[in-house]
Design a protein around this ligand. Structure first.
Ligand code: MN
Length: 140
């Protein structure tokens, strides 16, 4: 069964790729191209997971996760940073800022959905990697 996932990302190509991959595996995807829209959609759409870019104009990912984790109604939603590999080197900084995990860019189409699904609440995670693999489009 699919989950509802919010992507906050300012780069259209990255957004398109992530949304395409998640939808291909049965997830419902909301998209927000900046932090203000993302927080709004988190509040009104109540996604089960948020994938969030770090480097964005106006409000960066650190500010977004700070605001989400400050909000009693939203703080339990896992927030995964999606950021350049160089910044994944700052993993302690990401985790200290409130992110629940991180995925490196460039996005690997073969790995991305599986990596995201690891952060879903337990009841929404696919049963096992092997059954997942068998049902994946294009995995053959
Ligand atoms: Mn960006």
């Amino acid at each position: 069964m699919g989950a509802t996932i919010l992507i906050i990302e300012d780069n259209p190509a990255n957004m398109e790729l992530m949304a395409y991959l998640l939808r291909a595996f049965g997830h419902t995807v909301y998209t927000a191209y900046d932090g203000a829209a993302g927080i709004h959609m988190a509040y009104y759409g109540r996604p089960e997971l948020i994938a969030c870019d770090v480097h964005m104009p106006r409000m960066d990912g650190y500010e977004i996760v700070r605001r989400l984790k400050e909000d009693e109604a939203l703080r339990r939603i896992p927030v995964v940073a999606v950021t350049a590999l160089a910044m994944v080197g700052d993993k302690e900084k990401l985790l200290a800022a409130g992110f629940d995990g991180y995925i490196g860019k460039p996005i690997d189409p073969e790995q991305f959905v599986g990596e995201i699904e690891k952060y879903l609440p337990a009841g929404l995670r696919p049963k096992s990697a092997s059954s997942l693999q068998a049902s994946r489009p294009g995995s053959a």
